[in-house]
Design a protein around this ligand. Sequence first.
Ligand code: CMX
Length: 441
Amino acid sequence: METLKNKFREKASQLNAEIKDMLAKHGNMKLGEYTIEQIYSGMKGVIGLITETSKLDPLEGIRFRGFSIPELRQKLPKVKGSTEPLPEGLFYLLLIGEIPTEEDVKNITIDWQRRSNVPKHVFDVIDELPVNAHPMTQFVTGIMAMQTESEFAKAYDRGISKKEYWEYVYEDTMNLIARVPRVAAYVYRRKYKNNQHIEPNYNLDWGANFAHMLGYSDANFQNLMRLYLTIHADHEGGNVSAHTTHLVGSALSDPYLSLAAGLNGLAGPLHGLANQEVIKWIFQLKENLGGGLPTKEQIAEYIKKTLAEGKVVPGYGHAVLRKTDPRFTAQQEFYRTYIKHDDICEIVQMIYEVAPPILEATGKIKNPWPNVDAHSGALLVHYGMFEYDYYTVLFGVSRALGVLASLVWDRALGLPIERPGSVTTEWIKNYIQKQLAEQNK
Ligand code: CMX
């Protein structure tokens, strides 16, 4: 076995060196509309998807159906006394493309309450996992177990016309969104609160009821959940969780299978898991310094040490954004409005001052600014949610809104199975040779 591994190591190191050399010499060569460099760089900037629900601008950040986050914090319906939008309203906007009325939002809240019953076997399946399984593993396992409820899968099995697909995907979408907070809260209470579960409160909206089932009754934590679940929902179609949900759905895998696949992508540390990594990184920084508030110099040292160890600084950088993420700014505003002073949130502000020039000075990090994950954990810690390995589940509950709204559109538009072409490095080398020969003619 070791021989095989050693052989692979040799081959991989050889091909890596060849590719590095080839990209240095010919990375800018065009292959169709795009460069060879782009093909080896995760298709960044390559337009190959239709996503109706949102669009990301590198400098301005996300717009949901044309509305920025500050606009939506103003325009979307709220519960009385709250400054934060109801995620139900964002879902309506993503699906319909128009700002909902209070009545529209109320109807969604009631509809989701009506659909929210989670079958017992879902909890039984989660209970079979070791309690120390990562919360994302438990959450996704619950969603997979719930696939028994898919209306789309049943209808497809009966035999339906293509024109009807979206109607069943819509039903699954509404049922899933109604149920994921219950599954997510179950995982939290199972793992951290000694299996003491809390029944839903049907007088509350979707976000506040989720906060309630998690065990948080503070009105400002409910507000935080409404904001959190709104801003994490969608980030156009190319990010790993959205793209995966769309891709798997394109094979007509039902919404349960598609969402589970997308959430498995969200559980990667370069994507949604970065929210847990940020707080872990800040806690470690504090621990190294013996507790208390670090100075800016100490933070700068810690960032440099992280880079020197070949690790990423979590919460910073982005594949598309080239400025501070407006989702970070919205959370900063929440901090200033509702919390005003908190040590971990202050450390987040200090990192924001110190990190960008250091990251920029590396000369290779394209975006030295913070993304959504740089702030979210600090707010959660403030309200007493210290269990940072749970944070990506919160992201996942929100992400369900965006990726499932898109999935309904995918089927309504009859988008086909996705199947981009791929080539080998040998093929690219031959292509380069042909292009060079043409140029020399
Ligand atoms: N710390 C250290 N190095 C970083 C970095 C960071 N925060 N961000 C980028 N880099 C590095 C990359 O690893 C890459 O290094 P190599 O050339 O050695 O492979 C180089 O800089 C160029 O990368 P890039 O083009 O700027 O960034 P990518 O589009 O490849 O990656 C992202 C984007 C988000 C994965 C990256 O910035 C990163 O790893 N950030 C930290 C993790 C994080 O916060 N992820 C959450 C993103 C938001 C979300 O999806 O939730």
